[in-house]
Write a new protein. Structure first.
Lengths: 303, 323
């Protein structure tokens, strides 16, 4: 199934489920988008064409999982796996509203079943497994399904001997699944351990924002760590830290650039360059895995 | 019967009042021997109240016991398990985090690598231990000992009592998320048995960083959660006052987590909590660890690793929709 069909079928599915709901949400009809950073008014379709990056100040807007996949994998090559997994409600959790109701609302808002989409595709012709989180679904929080899908795509990559790319965007573990959410940190990290032991390449891409349980597990375990410009990445949130230490943090604290300065990521890569960098990294490491023939001796050149 | 040393908790107030009454009557007993039957009656009442109080604890009551200032900490357990245990220090990279205690210890005939988070007893200790919140260097110190255990084929026993990782500037700059993630990653691959016991507070990722074990045990009144009840309340209820509701909703108590199938065993505590009798609490924990270790030590290294990986692989509940 190519991406166009994928979108079409998903849209149809959504419409079938929710005929009575108005289709024209704010998101659909907004012609203009204001840049969060430079406040410039941008034409929404143009912004989309520019990969959701402000042409004026290079601010990288958050993007959805399917849009990211569209940007990273070769057209028509993406095959989703485990699309059918759905959250349960193991604790029968209720806060000011029930978890079940919040799940429904999240799916209605995002058009997704869960906060991560996983599958296989090619990147500049190179086969790779990919998992992309979507902050638009339940704040990208990790519950049992996100953990399971990340673990499964990791196992799938291990089995098929393929490199793995995970794009993170998450507020952290999903509180409504309590201790089960916490255990997903161990589940995903454990799957990555077996993957690493097989000598395979894992590239972790950190996008705006990546926090909590996701950073404290698979997002920080890449062989190569890439962050998107301006993305905020950390374990504890900025506000919590400021309240704890009772002092103001530097303006650029926990940004991708700050992390680069502190040795936490290999590089900060702008969105327009991301696909080519991934292709380069995959080619570099996979050709290294093939039995290397001894470099040919240079023939003595006589003149 | 009355335990003068233990500081009473809020929910124990009726018990304390009754105890005071008994004490007052007992002082008059010399002059008024006829009071004896009344006293005996009150004592019986006290015992009944105590028993019913402790068998009907709410999540917040367990939380209060888990956080009791006199709760036995990691060093209290280690020194009772093996008075000659040998402490080892440092992450070898520039720091020795006192909030993470590591060493060599004999559990009966079994030699183990012991690792645990430490809250610190005196005010000065507490400050040095950062109230039980390790720095990234603390997790890396633990990792050093996990690797040591693997190299020498020694089982690992970890004790968990921490509010969680520290939300500090340096901790973030030194990449505590990575420190925790790497511990989960490496622990999952160990070929030696790992047993973890939550002795007090099992605070989120900072607890799990030493908690990826073949068997997870919890002391009867300990708690384990993905976020502190206060944190959960302030995010989901938008009010930290709803802590008790959050504690209840998240199912943080040992019994509940056992019922959810996440842990393997609940270790009985002295009536009223481990702070009433350190020796008994430590002895119960020791017995439970040895029992678990003896079984795991029969397995091959590969089987031990597979056992642990399967345990965490199966964590979580979800539906596989057919459509
Ligand atoms: Zn801009």
């Amino acid at each position: 199934m190519d991406l166009k069909e994928w979108f079409a079928s998903r849209k149809k599915q959504r419409e079938a489920e929710e005929v009575k709901l108005p289709l024209a949400t704010d998101e659909y009809c907004a012609l203009w988008t204001q840049c969060f950073q430079c406040r410039e008014l941008l034409y929404t379709s143009q912004l989309r064409q520019n990969l959701q990056v402000c042409p004026k100040c290079q601010y990288h807007f958050r993007i959805g999982a399917m849009q990211r996949i569209e940007q990273l994998v070769d057209h028509g090559s993406f095959q989703e796996i485990d699309a059918h997994l759905e959250s349960a409600d193991p604790l029968k959790f209720v806060d000011t509203d029930s978890y079940v109701k919040r799940q429904k609302e999240a799916s209605h808002k995002s058009g997704l079943r869960e906060a991560v989409i996983t599958g296989e595709g090619t990147i500049d012709g190179e086969r790779a497994c990919i998992g992309v989180m979507d902050f638009g679904h339940f704040g990208g929080s990790m519950g049992s399904v996100v953990g399971e899908k990340v673990a499964r795509v990791t196992e799938y990559a291990t089995e098929k001997n393929l490199p793995l790319i995970l794009v993170s965007s998450s507020g952290g573990a999903r509180m409504q699944e309590g201790i089960f959410s916490l255990m997903q940190l161990a589940k995903t990290s454990s799957a990555l351990k077996s993957f690493a032991d097989a000598g395979l390449l894992y590239i972790s891409i950190l996008s705006e924002p990546t926090y909590g349980g996701v950073t404290a597990s698979f997002a920080m375990l890449g062989d190569i760590q890439i962050a998107e410009p301006g993305a905020r990445i950390g374990f504890a949130g900025r506000r919590v830290i400021e309240q704890t230490i009772r002092q103001k943090l530097p303006a650029d604290f926990q940004t991708a650039e700050y992390l680069l300065k502190h040795g936490q990521v290999d590089m900060v890569v702008e969105r327009s360059k991301l696909k080519e960098k991934l292709a380069y990294l995959i080619k570099f490491h996979t050709s290294a895995k093939k039995p290397q023939t001894a470099p040919q001796k240079q023939k003595a050149v006589t003149r | 019967m009355t335990d003068k040393k233990a500081i009473p908790l809020e929910f124990e107030k009726p018990l304390e009042l009754l105890a005071q009454q008994i004490e007052a009557l007992q002082k008059q007993l010399v002059d008024h021997p006829e009071l004896e039957s009344d006293i005996n009656h009150l004592k019986k009442q006290y015992d009944n109240l105590r028993r019913s109080l402790y068998s009907n604890l709410s999540a917040s009551d367990h939380l209060a016991i888990a956080r009791h200032p006199q709760r036995p900490y990691t060093r209290d357990y280690f020194s009772r398990w093996d008075p000659n245990w040998m402490e080892l220090h440092g992450d070898r990279k520039g720091m020795d985090d006192p909030a993470m205690v590591t060493g060599l210890l004999h559990l009966g005939d079994i030699k183990v690598i012991a690792v645990g988070t430490e809250k610190g007893r005196s005010l000065r200790d507490k400050q040095q231990c950062n109230f039980g919140m390790p720095q990234p260097e603390g997790y890396r110190k633990a990792l050093r000992l996990f690797k040591h255990a693997e190299k020498f084929g020694l089982p690992v026993v970890t004790l968990i009592d921490t509010p969680g990782a520290y939300p500090g500037m340096a901790a973030e700059e030194h990449n505590q998320a990575e420190a925790i993630a790497v511990n989960l990653f490496e622990l999952s691959g160990l070929k030696v048995p790992v047993i973890a016991i939550v002795t007090g507070e099992g605070g989120s990722g900072g607890a799990l960083a030493v908690g990826v074990a073949n068997r997870i045990l919890m002391m009867e009144h300990s708690v384990y959660s993905v976020i502190s009840p206060e944190g959960c309340a302030s995010i989901l209820w938008r009010s930290a006052d709803k802590r008790d509701d959050a504690a209840k909703a998240m199912k943080i108590t040992a019994r509940e987590i056992l019922d959810l199938g996440v842990i393997d065993e609940v270790i009985e505590e002295p009536l009223g909590g481990a702070h009433h009798d350190y020796d008994l609490a430590a002895a119960n924990a020791k017995k439970a660890v040895i029992k678990q270790l003896e079984k795991l030590l029969l397995l091959s290294g590969d089987a031990v690793r597979a056992d642990r990986q399967k345990k965490f692989r199966d964590m979580g509940t979800f539906h596989e929709a057919t459509a």
